[in-house]
Ligand binder design. Structure first.
Ligand SMILES: NC(=O)C1=CN([C@@H]2O[C@H](COP(=O)(O)OP(=O)(O)OC[C@H]3O[C@@H](n4cnc5c(N)ncnc54)[C@H](OP(=O)(O)O)[C@@H]3O)[C@@H](O)[C@H]2O)C=CC1
Ligand SMILES: Nc1nc(=O)c2c([nH]1)NC[C@@H]1CN(c3ccc(C(=O)N[C@@H](CCC(=O)O)C(=O)O)cc3)C=[N+]21
Ligand SMILES: [Mg+2]
Length: 289
């Protein structure tokens, strides 16, 4: 048996086509395009690639992209000042500060300085609280977990009553994803680096979402036959190629459906960022006096 490969790239492109129409219609009403302000501090090559991908997605969806590329030596106060300016701009609907930030900057302080109504990454504590308490009209949901939920839907799997294993408990992927799955009535288990016997937990899971950042973490013998396997991991191999957390070839033999890396969750994350940005522009337009 060989599993179905879920093509995140083409699903993301379909979502972006619909968003391009929505943002064009919005531009007619508002007299301006939705705007995304992206801040990149330092010269981490991986971050630069993600920022470039986001810039391209803005062009595809008719979103204005404003970039602020700052040296690694930028102080926290300078960065907070730049956030304040973006918060005040009428033409900016979304603000994204690319993570990780240099060690001398407190990421929480920077993220929580973003006006909550422009927090399209969904990392602000107001967005986190709204997610936890199930309030959809406040804040935004983080893009990667949103993309994972959409992929699960596209796989034709209803999480209700399913055993779902989320591997990873970060604030940007594992934790918010677990909350979204719980909202869809899944029985959720969250694994992390202190988890003992990951294999038993994994073998019991109808859906595995791997978001640990560890090459080869999920092996074929850990997968329940017929399971759905979503691979969030984005790891660089010694040869420079991108790979996930799942042994993809082995998963193909056991699972019903698997997502590839690249071409799975990554493009969905970016499409969801565009969705949140257009949604923010819609909300802000509706609130004009
Ligand atoms: N495609 C996309 O759009 C995105 C991809 N990513 C990728 O997803 C991965 C995770 O990202 P992120 O959440 O930011 O990473 P973090 O490093 O913040 O979190 C990793 C999590 O995995 C857990 N973990 C690490 N090793 C193991 C292990 N051996 N067994 C079980 N759990 C383990 C950690 O546990 P503990 O908490 O105990 O340390 C932690 O909770 C990375 O590869 C990243 O590049 C991230 C964001 C977006
Ligand atoms: N404020 C902030 N928001 C984020 O959403 C955020 C972040 N910081 N820091 C880093 C992580 C990682 N992340 C990815 C986005 C796109 C791809 C992506 O497009 N991946 C492509 C390939 C990319 C490539 O070729 O390198 C794919 O998987 O097909 C991957 C990873 C967002 N993150
Ligand atoms: Mg994101």
């Amino acid at each position: 048996m060989t599993a179905r490969i879920l093509d995140g790239k083409s699903i993301a492109m379909m979502l972006e086509e619909a968003l391009a129409k929505q943002s064009a219609a919005l531009e007619k009403r508002a007299g301006r395009k939705p705007g995304l302000f992206v801040v990149l501090v330092g010269d981490d090559p991986a971050s630069a690639v993600y920022v470039r991908n986001k810039t391209r997605a803005c062009a595809r969806t008719g979103v204005n992209c404003f970039e602020s590329i700052l040296p690694a030596s930028t102080s926290q106060d300078e960065l907070l000042g730049i956030i304040d300016e973006a918060n005040a701009r009428e033409d900016v609907d979304g603000i994204l500060v690319q993570l990780p930030l240099p060690a001398h900057i407190c990421a929480e302080a920077v993220i929580d300085r973003i006006a909550p109504e422009k927090d399209v990454d969904g990392f602000h504590m107001l967005s986190a609280g709204a997610l936890l308490t199930g309030q959809r009209t406040l804040g935004f949901r983080p893009c990667t977990p949103m993309g994972v939920m959409k992929l699960i839907e596209e796989a034709g799997v209803d999480p209700a009553g399913k055993n779902v294993l989320v591997i990873g408990r970060s604030n940007i992927v594992g934790k918010p994803l677990a909350i979204m799955l719980l909202e869809k009535h899944a029985t959720v288990t969250i694994a992390h680096s202190r988890t003992t016997d990951l294999k038993t937990l994994a073998r019991n899971a109808d859906i595995i979402v791997a978001a640990a950042g560890r090459i080869g973490l999920v092996t074929g013998d850990m997968i329940k036959p017929g399971a759905l396997v979503i691979d969030v991991g984005t790891n660089r191999k010694p040869d420079g190629k991108l790979t996930g957390d799942v042994d993809f070839a082995a998963a193909l033999e056991v699972a019903a459906t698997v997502t590839p890396v690249p071409g799975g969750v990554g493009p969905m994350t970016i499409a969801m960022l565009m969705k949140n940005t257009v949604e923010s522009a819609e909300r802000r337009l509706a609130q004009l006096p």
